[in-house]
Design a protein around this ligand. Structure first.
Ligand SMILES: [Zn+2]
Length: 241
């Protein structure tokens, strides 16, 4: 196992505050590009169990129901996200379609000497209050490790839309209007460290909760935030009878 990964994972397991990347912040990097189509990539499509689905990506999902871009309705929220992204993830690019800010894309290398991941963060049609979704586009971890025939081998921390599950929304680790998209990329970076470790050992070292909807329904109170990240009360979202 990569020594840097081992060290970071030990810190996570002990519950220590860990720092990743320069200055304690993961830096986007392009020095080790990877793409699953590259023949030398260890997760080349030939090794896939099943071809990944197409999810429509941000282009279909970010138009709000009334067709007014979220960033036009919430200009302050957009400015804060933009300032934080420029400061903390300067190598990420903004995605725009006309006036609509769709999201951000760029690469992260959470552990030096290991994989670089190409990531997209996009604002869903119900943002806010729903949280931005973070997807790993390359290597296609969702296609490789979640869409598997054998359920017990599936990656334990994805939403079914392909977004990563990096925290439990009801615990309020991130809140709309307070948290930024850059905060979610911090969570994503930690998630990726967890993923690299899980891939080698089968052990998920971050705090986690059973994803079984029946279990989630049994522990959530009606007014808790829903587990799906909509930031609506559970009783008016996935807990609707
Ligand atoms: Zn829900």
């Amino acid at each position: 196992m990569n020594e840097n990964l081992r060290e970071i994972a030990e810190g996570i397991k002990k519950g220590e505050e860990i720092t990743i990347g320069e200055g304690g912040r993961i830096k986007a990097t392009h020095d080790k590009p990877v793409h699953p189509q590259h023949p030398e990539h260890p997760e080349h499509p030939e090794k896939r169990i099943k071809a990944p689905r197409s999810f429509g990506g941000p282009f279909l999902l970010t138009a709000s129901i009334d067709c007014i871009p979220w960033n036009v309705k919430n200009p302050e929220m957009y400015i804060i996200d933009k300032i934080e992204m420029r400061k903390r993830y300067p190598e990420f690019w903004e995605m725009k379609a006309g006036d609509l800010v769709q999201g951000w894309h760029g690469s992260l290398q959470p552990v030096s000497g290991m994989d670089c991941f190409y990531i997209m963060a996009y604002y869903p049609f119900n943002f806010p209050p729903a949280m931005p979704r973070i997807k790993i586009l390359a290597p296609d971890i969702f296609g490789i490790y979640y869409l598997m025939r054998e359920p017990s081998k599936r990656h334990p921390h994805f939403y079914s839309d392909g977004a990563i599950c990096s925290f439990f929304p009801p615990d309020k680790s991130w809140l709309p209007g307070i948290g930024t998209v850059a905060d979610l990329l911090d969570f994503a970076s930690l998630w990726l460290v967890g993923h690299l470790y899980w891939k080698e050992t089968g052990e998920w070292i971050q705090p986690s909760i059973d994803h079984n909807p029946e279990f989630l329904k049994s522990i959530l109170k009606p007014n808790d935030y829903c587990y799906c990240g909509s930031f609506k009360p559970f009783k008016r979202c996935c807990g609707k009878k």
